[in-house]
Design a binder for this molecule. Structure first.
Ligand code: ASP
Length: 351
């Protein structure tokens, strides 16, 4: 009898120690739409509709996903990310914080269109207050396409989300076997699978069939170290982007001021430059209390203070490494805390 008990105890101990019995991490997939959930009307059609499939369909389409984690899915919205807006950002961010606060949840994966993924990801990296991994995933081909890239991307995204070294890295973007920091990533190609690049500080890592390889951590402030919060926010300040080009005038800048914008981001030529007329418009906007950030349409590099334009004299701010669409995100959040130009500039140095 005693020998049987000992045998049973050993068997139970061995079973508990075996990976097959170990508790799997719990990952919640929050779905928002995009091409990853897109469907073509027919066969090899180039046309398709984003956000056609639901989260359950996306999960079902990934073989062996359940071996990586206990997966549950939740549909937050189902839109093409070209339709992403401030309201959805606030809703999504609040939900991400709620889900990550659950002690039994280990990570969140967000399916999202690629068009504005970098903006949503950067927004979340500033207002998510947890060290648990958040991985944004999309695809360039719709779910019905030949060689749809969505299922492999989701598999890799979950592999990254459950990887022990993903914690504390902030919000990540996964596509095409590449891991990017949301702060760094930018969409650079209309249709190709390797569309995301991190032109300034480089990639966060690589994946291959579920294996994960990490590169350097991000040195800026994010998630647990961010001062920004959506907890008490129901809307965001109005900040618009004005694009610079040869011969651009000041009309759109003046229009932004008239419309009551709290902030303007200049997608400047080169190092955040624009015509004399546009710069005069920006100077007047600052005088009327609008926060003006100079960024660059070049898609890489640093737009620093006082190079060809004198920010000290104009009262303008410099976006540093942030491209115009991300500078808009930081300026909106910055303006929820202060209108002081020095403090706002400080945010652009730190985040
Ligand atoms: N227009 C799509 C979207 O952003 C493109 C994609 O997901 O790749 O939702």
């Amino acid at each position: 009898m005693r020998a049987v008990n000992v045998f049973l105890a050993i068997a139970i101990a061995l079973a508990a120690a075996s990976p097959a019995f170990a508790a799997k991490p719990k990952v919640v997939i929050l779905a928002t739409g995009g091409t990853i959930a897109g469907a073509q009307a027919a066969g090899q059609d180039a046309g398709y509709k984003s956000g056609s499939f639901k989260v359950e369909d996306l999960i079902k389409a990934v073989p062996n996903l359940g071996e990586l984690a206990d997966i549950s899915g939740e549909q937050v919205v189902n839109i093409g990310s070209q339709d992403m807006n401030n309201e959805v950002w606030l809703k999504l961010a609040k939900r991400v914080n709620e889900v990550l606060a659950q002690s039994d949840v280990d990570a969140v994966v967000i399916t999202h269109g690629t068009d504005t993924m970098e903006e949503t990801g950067y927004f979340l990296s500033l207002v998510t207050h947890s060290d648990k991994p958040v991985v944004m995933v999309g695809s360039m081909r719709p779910a019905t396409a030949t060689s749809a890239d969505g299922p492999a991307n989701i598999y890799n995204a979950v592999s990254v989300a459950v990887h022990p070294k993903a914690r504390g890295r902030g919000v990540l973007v996964l596509l095409n076997d590449e891991i990017h920091y949301a702060r760094e990533a930018t969409k650079t190609n209309t249709t190709q699978l390797d569309t995301f690049k991190s032109p300034n500080r480089g990639k966060a890592g690589m994946t291959n069939a579920g294996r994960v390889y990490w590169y350097d951590p991000l040195a800026t402030r994010y998630t647990s170290h961010s001062v920004f919060s959506v907890d008490k926010l129901n809307e965001l300040p109005r900040v618009e982007i004005v694009y610079a080009y040869a011969n651009v005038g000041r009309d759109f800048i003046d229009a932004c001021v008239k419309l009551g914008c709290t902030g303007i981001v200049l997608a400047g030529v080169g190092d955040g430059n624009a015509t004399e007329s546009a710069v005069a418009g920006l100077r007047d906007a600052v005088k009327k209390g609008v926060a003006v950030v100079r960024s660059s349409r070049t898609n890489s590099g640093i737009t620093d203070r006082n190079v060809e334009l004198n920010d000290d004299e104009l009262g303008t701010l410099a976006s540093m490494e942030l491209n115009p669409q991300k500078a808009r995100v930081l300026l909106m959040l910055g303006l929820t805390k202060t209108s002081d130009a020095k403090q706002l500039q400080e945010y652009f140095y730190q985040y």
